[in-house]
Design a binder for this molecule. Structure first.
Ligand code: HGY
Ligand code: MN
Ligand code: MN
Length: 416
């Protein structure tokens, strides 16, 4: 198998949910997500691989050499952010399918069958744009989130995860493949590999991450007939909270913490009514947990001052808290060995973005690799990685997966 067939598939799939400026709109459990999943199923079935869908919508293609062996899982996610990039997640799933194709052909051509079976996975709702929190399907699979609770999460239109999965026909009942190890390749979504001219990243740690769910409760009144002193304007207070979330990063070392408010809803959202309620979500991340915890404490203090200044209530709730994940040393060394054998450059690198590997590393040894992002941008239509860079990644993922299939990250090897 050469990279041509991977590249043909990647560029063909990029047309699904394509937006005018080369991005994609494929939010979780939308018709476009269904189209991506149908493509995944067709790829697997054309090769005689069996397909399973579990009860939170995770989708698996099984390459089985032994009837009762357990599985190395390899994959990523096919859902995207609104008007997102065509590489985030989809690259890792298509690369995993092609790695599996190459390895199945290698065994069919006479190579002894490996110790474990292989399962390629498309994790449901990694992005968490339509249905927060993110990394949902793999976190339910790993037992980190409650499935029944996640099935009842609703989008802004009040549609539940359960109904949305039913609507696209991907709310399954199949048994989950038993994992022994996990591998994922993904675009870096940052500037380091491109800046240093290095083809691969071996992900060693993930950043500490949490969300703040903020509800600002003021009082509705007439924008034209209410004296300024009598207003309890939820949007003015919420706007100050948004700026506080941004400015708190200035209390710390540059680039040691990142924060944003990415979602805000307003009620009643009428041009001549003083807003009574604003709901917003803040995202806080740092390379060390204590930085996020300190920023959170500063924000709670400052938000309380805004509430009293405007005589209204502001409730703040922690959610989607993700501890730092350290990926096993054996996996990092395995990636470095594969890179050396392929003659490609590699360096160890943190991930600031969350990934399904962060959930999977909680239950089995996980290995994550990055390929460069041009200009380091992601979650936007400008997201880009070249064919050459993607092809190098497919080669590396293929060989790393082959090592895992031989038992390269089995527990006795990693002592976990
Ligand atoms: O949460 C994340 O960082 C991922 O992009 N969903
Ligand atoms: Mn992703
Ligand atoms: Mn993403």
């Amino acid at each position: 198998m050469n990279s041509e067939s991977f590249l043909t598939d990647f560029h063909q799939v990029a047309a699904i949910g394509a937006t005018p400026a080369n991005g994609v709109e494929r939010q979780a459990a939308t018709p476009e997500d269904k189209e991506m999943r149908d493509w995944f199923v067709a790829f697997a079935e054309a090769r005689g691989w069996s397909v399973r869908v579990d009860s939170i919508g995770n989708l698996f293609a099984l390459v089985e050499w032994h009837p009762d062996a357990d599985y190395v899982l390899v994959g990523s996610h096919l859902d995207s952010q609104p008007r997102g990039g065509r590489f985030d997640g989809a690259y890792g799933v298509i690369a995993a399918l092609h790695a599996a194709d190459r390895l199945a052909a290698r065994v069919a051509a006479g190579e002894p069958a490996p110790k474990h079976n292989l399962a390629v996975v498309d994790w449901f709702n990694e992005e968490g744009g339509r249905f927060p929190p993110s990394i949902m399907g793999s976190s339910v699979f790993a037992g980190l989130m409650d499935e029944q609770e996640m099935l009842q999460v609703t989008d802004l239109a009040g549609v539940t995860v359960a109904d949305a999965l039913d609507a696209i026909g991907y709310r399954g009942t199949d048994e989950r493949p038993t994992p022994v190890a996990y591998a994922e390749i993904h675009i870096e979504q940052g500037p380091i590999l491109e800046r240093e001219g290095i083809e691969l990243g071996a992900v060693d740690h993930s950043w500490y991450t949490q969300k703040l769910d903020v509800e600002v409760l003021g009082e509705q009144s007439h924008t034209g007939a209410t004296a300024m002193a009598d207003r309890r304007d939820a949007l003015v207070a919420a706007s100050k909270v948004v700026v506080l979330v941004h400015d708190v990063t200035q209390d710390f070392e540059p680039e040691s913490i990142v924060s944003s408010v990415g979602q805000l809803t307003l009620e009643p959202n009428s041009p001549i009514v003083v807003p009574r309620r604003v709901h917003l979500v803040a995202d806080l991340r740092a390379n060390r947990p204590e930085i996020v915890r300190e920023a959170r404490a500063l924000l709670l203090e400052r938000i309380a001052a805004v509430a009293s200044e405007h005589d209204l209530t502001i409730d703040v709730r922690d959610f989607d808290v993700r501890p730092v994940q350290s990926f096993p040393e054996e996996g990092l060394e395995l990636s470095e060995k594969v890179a050396a054998e392929l003659g490609i450059g590699i360096r160890r690198i943190n991930t600031m973005a969350g990934h399904d590997s962060v959930a999977m590393n909680r239950i089995v040894p996980a290995l994550m690799m990055f390929i460069p992002s041009i200009d380091g941008v992601s979650h936007c239509e400008r997201e880009f990685t070249s064919d050459e860079q993607m092809s190098v990644g497919v080669d590396a993922l293929t060989e790393a997966t082959w090592e895992l299939l031989q038992g390269g990250l089995d527990r006795e090897e990693t002592g976990r």
